[in-house]
Design a protein around this ligand. Sequence first.
Ligand SMILES: NC(=O)N[C@@H](CC(=O)O)C(=O)O
Ligand SMILES: [Zn+2]
Length: 429
Amino acid sequence: MTQTLLTGGTVNLNGDLIHADVLIANGKIAAIGSKLAAPDAEVIDVHGMLVTAGLVDIHVHLRDPGQTDKETIATGSAAAARGGFTTICAMPNVDPVPDTPARIQQMCARNAAEGLVHIKQYSSITAGRAAGPTVDFAGVKQAGAIAVSNDGNGIQSADTMYQALLGAKQAGLPLAEHVEEDSLKHGGVISAGAKATELGVPGLVPAVETSQLARDLALAQATDAPYHVCHVSTAVSVAMIRQAKAAGIKVTAEATPHHILLSDSDIPGNDANYKMNPPLRGKADCAALVQGLLDGTIDCIATDHAPHTNAEKAAGLCGAPNGITGSETAFAALYTALVRGKQAKWTLTQLLNWLSAAPAKLFNLQAGKLLPGGPADIAVFDLDHGQVVTKDEFASKGQNTPFVGRKLYGNTMYTFVDGKCVYKQGEQF
Ligand SMILES: NC(=O)N[C@@H](CC(=O)O)C(=O)O
Ligand SMILES: [Zn+2]
């Protein structure tokens, strides 16, 4: 029997921080308690470290198949492991698009065979992520899809969205929408405002997001269907979601670390590592996301890990594709700024909940909690020693993140998936 004993750490027992050992046996959590005895176990001393349920990310781009120069199932899941994530959900904007039961089955098989962590699969909402028709929702669910999304693009037709909400509801599949009204984009590359003016680049008004969100909230109300909003970026969106929740609309929402922590004023110049969709907004929008998480308007945090090559990103704000990597910096960046910092707004256990149990609950995933008898999906973080983020340490193929060069606390020391160590700081996997 393979046993591992994590001794002397601070354990986040689903919201309570306690000093305890954690015993892993045969891939499961065998016991959590003080001074556990396990003579045959490999002992790992985690004094001074945080032991918590492996993190859950419901929004990642693995680029595989189709763009494996940017990322693969192997490298994307290694990046997740390095960030402390043990369950991730792969978006379907790959080529071919997983939009049929057969393709979902193939993706699930590859995810299981090639992933270092648990990889759950999204189906698209429409065939080929095109204008329509919608996918066979019951079929893709049966084949293993955990949710549906056309992420990367908004659904432009209200009727398609209406049908999709009904279909996904009937199949019992969460529908996650990238809200973006194409007719309002006008070639914008960062948020409209002072920074876009200063840099002389076209801007994206907040209504690109809010106008389609308003439509979708009306459709979610009309269909009484669950509706999840991807990467909320504006304060007005947060207010709309708050109001919709109060009115009984079944809306849930995620925010990304970058939209929470960075504003367009942080864009240093023509640097495409600050270019993503939706774009970085203003400081008041960041504050609204911080508050939205606290009052339950925003349900969870998801990274929108979106790797691109350095060559593509060298094209600058007007030429480069949208997206930044996020798996390897998410917890540390948020912990450093919002839990540890002088301007702390959140507690450690709040942050951990938004990165584990809360997203798992949204998508009905058996993940995100430390339960005796449950799977030993565990992350161990060092909260006390800062490390500067450097490009050459990334497990992801992508190096496109504005967090490079920042000193972050909360770095991952170990990640275990089903009791197996899939990341140890300083070692290659
Ligand atoms: N977020 C991004 O800027 N890009 C994502 C797509 C998406 O999530 O919208 C991508 O796939 O590159
Ligand atoms: Zn998106």
